[in-house]
Structures are given as C-alpha cells and as structure tokens.
Design a binder for this molecule. Structure first.
Ligand code: OOG
Ligand code: MG
Length: 318
C-alpha cells in the first residue's frame, strides 16, 4: 500500500471514524472544486414547462418532467410513498425520465447541495432479478447523501430503506468516451467498499425502469468503507463481499457480479453520459452498482458488509 493511501484498519474505532469523516470531506471538497460539474452543467437540457395535459384527440395522456419531479420531491420530503407514474402514463420514455431526474436533483442543488458524483443501478443480475427490471440506469449523488461512518439509518429520514454492497470509484482524471475497464481504472484514484442506502419513493418499492430513473435510482444515502486502495492493488472482479444480517451470513458475492467487473459499469456510465453531451469528471465519486441484493433495514437491526481488503461497514436502523 502506498504511504498516502488512507488505511484505518488497525486504528481505534473513534480515530478510524474521524479519519473516514475527513476522507468523506475530502471527497466533497474534490466534488466542489471548479473542475467538477457545476449545477448549471447538470441541467443541460431544457425541460417542457407546461402543466400536465390530456391529449383527448389521440387518447394519450402526458405529464411533464417537472411535474414528475414535484411529486417525487414531495414524497421524499414528507416520507410518503407515491404511485408509479408508469401506471398512469405508460408512454413516459427514458429521455423524459432522465429529464425528471435532473429536475429532482436540481431541487437539491438549489437548496445548497453539491453534485458529488453518480450511482449506477441494476448492473448485476442479482439486482435485476430482485427488482424485475433488466436494464442498467444511473442516478446522481449529492453532498447530503454521504453519511458519516457510524451514523445510524434513521427512520425519521427514510420511507423504507434497504442496503446493498457496492464498490465506489474516486476519479483523479476525467473519463473520456469511448471508455473501457482499462481507461476507467487508469482514471481512478482510489476505490472503496461502500454501502448504498436505497429509499424508493414508490409504493411497495415497486417500479418500472422509467419510474426508477425519474426517482434518481432510489438514491437515499451512502457510506464509504474504512480503507481506500489504489485500483492496481486489487483485482476488483474477484473482490469478495460478505453480508451479515444481525450477525448471520446471508449473502456472499464477488465484484464480477457487476457487469463482469465493477469498472465496466463505470465505463458504461461514461459512454452513456457522452451520448447525452456530458462527462465523468476528475474528483467525482461513482458508486458502481449493487454487488449483492438489497436487504431491508429495520429499527434496531444491523447489517454488516465485509469487503476483501477494503474493511467492513456496519449499518443499523434507529
Ligand atoms: C434501484 C436502484 C438500483 C443498484 O445498485 O442496483 C441500485 C433500486 O433497486 O431501488 O442502486
Ligand atoms: Mg445500488
């Protein structure tokens, strides 16, 4: 391990926790640096500004991205589940869903948050089967979503949280398209074990692809693990993860569960953003998608994620 790689495994828990908090702060600072995307970059497409309308001539009804976002923002703020849009508006397409996501995220930036990076979703068969959706997607990660090591998952903040293991990439260079596993690894500064706290705004945690895209890929909160490593130090496709619920091993998986290699999903994102005229930038943090299937969090319950070479993260509901 290089001398400047954060390594907290041997430290007392308080010192480890405060170092992790400082690492998270460094990530936030990097994300706030001028070279990273600004809120203005984030919203690069005009969204239609009309109210929901019924086209009675054709029999199809439509809803605007802004209206979808308004419902999701209220659902998140009030911690109330909302119905799936696809049930009422089956014609919503993927482009409209991403426009709604941008409007949803813009409301957070308008409230003073910063864009920290991205999350990938439904990049593993485990996850696609668990959710009944067969295509990957991405969402945006903002500053208030980064939780500090040891913070509980609070039930006064979330609707019905679930947790899953992920590998996170902190980029040191922009990732240009066409991106590959190799180019993503070359552009990566550090990798972390991570936990994605999902909190779908939809009733019963059920959605179609367009619903979940609009809902910012169910983004709720994220934890970074206690050890960061250079990507060349690890074989990320072989990297094992053990999930314990209240101490009992319930799932095991390796990094290859994510598109054969976790960096492949980051490459997919870079190529996808390029199609949309956007790019992954130096300083951004990318959560590459669930390695294991999501586990519901219950008040008083604990879930521990143990990563080969990247330490363990314990989360608990309160
Ligand atoms: C959608 C988000 C999926 C992942 O890693 O696959 C996701 C969901 O399952 O709620 O974060
Ligand atoms: Mg995830």
């Amino acid at each position: 391990m290089e001398a400047n790689t954060p390594e907290f495994g041997d430290l007392p828990i308080d010192e480890a926790a405060s170092r992790v908090a400082r690492t998270a702060e460094a990530v936030l600072d990097a994300a706030g640096a001028p070279r990273t995307a600004s809120p203005a970059d984030l919203i690069h497409r005009p969204t239609p500004s009309t109210a929901p309308e019924d086209d009675t001539m054709t029999g199809t009804s439509t809803i605007t991205p802004d209206d979808i976002a308004r419902v999701l923002i209220a659902g998140e703020r009030n911690r109330t589940e909302v119905p799936q849009f696809s049930a009422t508006y089956p014609d919503i397409d993927v482009a409209t869903a991403y426009a709604a996501q941008r409007a949803f995220v813009q409301s957070k930036l308008d409230a003073g948050e910063r864009l920290v990076g991205y999350k990938l979703g439904l990049t593993s068969r485990n996850k696609q089967q668990a959710m009944g959706v067969d295509s990957p997607l991405y969402g945006r990660v903002t500053s208030s979503m980064l939780s500090t090591y040891g913070d509980p998952i609070r039930f006064d903040r979330f609707i019905h949280p679930r947790v899953e293991s992920e590998i996170a990439f902190l980029l040191k260079d922009d990732v240009r398209a066409p991106a590959t596993v190799t180019s993503v690894l070359a552009a990566t500064d550090l990798v972390y074990g991570a936990v994605d706290v999902l909190d779908s705004r939809y009733q019963g945690f059920k959605f179609t692809l367009t619903d979940v895209i609009a809902d910012n890929a169910s983004a709720g909160a994220f934890y970074l693990g206690p050890i960061a490593r250079r990507p060349a130090e690890l074989e990320l496709h072989l990297l094992g993860c053990i999930v314990r619920v209240d101490g009992q091993v319930t799932m095991t998986a390796a990094g290859a569960a994510v598109m054969g290699h976790p960096a492949a999903s980051v490459a997919w994102l870079a190529n996808r953003l390029a199609e949309e005229g956007d790019a992954l930038k130096a300083g951004q943090l990318v959560f590459s998608g669930g390695v294991t299937a999501p586990v519901p969090v219950v008040p008083g319950g604990s879930v521990t994620f143990e990563f080969d070479g990247l330490g363990a993260i314990e989360v608990y509901g309160s």
